[in-house]
Design a protein around this ligand. Structure first.
Ligand code: FO1
Length: 314
């Protein structure tokens, strides 16, 4: 997909990662940011192809996301869901009327043979988002959550069961047969590339599916530009979502050192929160300290600037 030459590639999942993606989007010039987004949460629902993380990042960059939930649209109406419930249809996965239109249009175009990368590019154009959103792969990859109650599909675990089941392992079905999408390869080949940023998404649920796509982890690690992650924990807890719970269930301490160890040789550096500054010298790699709680756009941009400044220092 010909286009601008990104200077920053970011890896993002849903809500937490999308916030830093927005900070990078606001800080950088149009076309300078390319986001590789997790598609392991995608699923077929009500006959529609739903891409939760792509949509969360798109709405967040377009500033039309629901600030309360982080996912779905702001100022949404719910006629479709209320009638669906009256008809006895499944209403556990909330689809607002505006959001529904996006799923219907994406499904229509995918069914006509248009690749997900192209549909996503066109949706970005429709929302006036100049940054590139790149599905990690065109191939089907599904995050399966192994729990004490059996193997659950991702949205079943995350939404219907509210991430309550005890996790014993994660599986990214299809990842070894998947290849990075052409747009991802093109973005990583950008001669203007200065940094790769791993956004503070859940490493196990949102970043690992991206890294599991055959060849992608190596392509990132060996690209020759600094790879910097923002630690998704603050004071041993995730800002939102089950990262801490999953780490405990996998027998890991919820610390910046455990996050750094999890990413291993992928990272050149990690940014940790000010409240965790005592961990700075105990993570086994170069670290920087910043305010990683992104409560508004000013904080998102400030963190984006701090991350890129740190990357340039490596
Ligand atoms: N998360 C929920 O907890 N409940 C929902 O009803 C829900 C609906 C939903 C609809 C569209 C969409 O793009 C995301 C939605 N999410 C919902 C969030 C989604 O499950 C998560 O964003 C991820 O898959 C993990 O980041």
């Amino acid at each position: 997909m010909s286009g601008d030459l990104p200077s920053v590639v970011a890896l993002s999942g849903g809500v937490g990662g999308a916030r830093l993606a927005r900070g990078l989007h606001l800080h950088l010039s149009p076309g300078q940011l390319a986001c590789i987004v997790n598609t392991g949460d995608d699923f077929e629902h009500l006959g529609l192809y739903v891409c939760p993380d792509l949509d969360t990042v798109l709405y967040t960059l377009a500033d039309c996301h629901n600030p309360g939930t982080g996912w779905g649209r702001r100022d949404e109406t719910w006629t479709f869901m209320s009638v669906l419930a009256q008809l006895g249809g499944p209403d556990w996965f909330r689809l607002g009327d505006g959001d529904l239109a996006l799923h219907v249009e994406r499904t229509r175009r995918l069914r006509s043979g248009v690749p997900l990368s192209v549909v996503t590019r066109d949706l970005c154009a429709s929302f006036g988002v100049a940054s590139a959103l790149l599905p990690m792969t065109e191939a089907p990859v599904r995050t399966l959550v192994h729990t004490r109650e059996g193997i659950l599909e991702f949205q079943d675990y995350f939404v219907r069961r509210r991430a309550a089941p005890v996790v014993t392992a994660l599986e990214y079905a299809g990842a070894t047969d998947a290849r990075p999408s052409p747009a991802v390869i093109e973005a990583l080949a950008s001669p203007a590339l200065e940094a790769i940023v791993v956004c503070p998404s859940n490493p196990w649920l949102s970043v690992d599916p991206i890294l599991a796509v055959h060849g992608l982890r190596e392509a990132l690690r060996d690209r020759g530009v600094p790879v910097v992650a923002v630690c998704p924990l603050i004071g041993g807890r995730a800002v939102k979502g089950p990262t801490g719970k999953i780490m405990a269930e996998l027998g890991l301490e919820a610390t910046p050192a455990a996050i750094a160890a999890h990413y291993g040789d992928l990272l050149d550096g990690m940014v940790i929160d000010e409240t965790d500054r005592d961990w700075a010298s105990r993570c086994g790699l170069p670290t920087a300290v910043a305010q990683t709680l992104m409560s508004d756009d000013a904080r998102r941009v400030a963190l984006a600037e701090a991350v890129l400044r740190f990357a340039r220092s490596l």
